[in-house]
Design a protein around this ligand. Sequence first.
Ligand SMILES: NC(=O)c1ccc[n+]([C@@H]2O[C@H](COP(=O)([O-])OP(=O)(O)OC[C@H]3O[C@@H](n4cnc5c(N)ncnc54)[C@H](O)[C@@H]3O)[C@@H](O)[C@H]2O)c1
Length: 267
Amino acid sequence: MEGLAGKVGIVTGAASGIGRATARKLAACGVSVVVSDINLAGAEETVQLIVEAKGTAIAQQTDVGSEPALAAMVEKAVATYGALHLLHSNAANTELVEHETKVAQADADLWDLTFDVNARSALLGAKYAIGHMITAGGGSIVNTSSATGQFGEPHTRTAYAASKAAVDQLTRTIATQYGKQGIRANAVAPGAVRTPNFDDGISEEVLDLWRRNHLTPDVGKPEDVANAVAFLLSDLAGFITGQVLNVDGGLTIHSPLYSEMLLGREA
Ligand SMILES: NC(=O)c1ccc[n+]([C@@H]2O[C@H](COP(=O)([O-])OP(=O)(O)OC[C@H]3O[C@@H](n4cnc5c(N)ncnc54)[C@H](O)[C@@H]3O)[C@@H](O)[C@H]2O)c1
């Protein structure tokens, strides 16, 4: 993909799922990748997959809820590879969702923790990366949001959905403040994507509900999102900034009645 070879990039949450797929895709495009995750063993596994495919990567253990850890992550990239051009802020604590409730039962500490890991992390990753990107002559940031950030949530995911809406707005703000210095910022908002975390314990009934509400034959794969991220990071997207790209098989664009109307009517 145009303009990726020879660049240096960081992917957070890259021990698994969408982050791992993006790290592998970027490395295949010639990017030297810092594979960042709180799970060091998983990050090292991703590095191994990249190295086996003749790519270049190192693992960096990072808790994206910690500002010093994010600063160290950026410094590690620059110290190892001499520059920083690309950042994919992708990590989220998807397990916190299990503990979420409706608003009247909300736990304020859970809200704060969710925001720290899912949204504040994108702010602080950009905070430390932007100076190096400007020094390098420009850069590109992609944040992982979620289609969930665009819906009212019926039961759980109260904080998760709000944290993703915050990511969307932060993305527009970065694009606005740093565009003239050669930095683009965009977000991807996935629909249902079959990562290990998504698949964990999901019933066939719920999976079928997701399938019925996507317009594509099936829900997404991590590589579907990785391809969109690589495009947005590349020079092919040089005139695209401040956008939230829904990579969601059409989940967000149809009438709420869609899945019921289709039931039993497939050809
Ligand atoms: N899978 C989906 O259906 C889906 C849909 C919409 C959005 N997303 C978003 O995509 C992103 C990736 O999710 P995924 O589905 O690949 O999930 P995943 O659970 O497979 O990957 C998340 C990764 O983030 C890491 N992580 C968790 N807390 C961290 C922390 N404090 N510091 C650093 N790393 C941490 C985990 O170790 C894991 O490797 C997330 O932002 C998620 O909200 C996923």
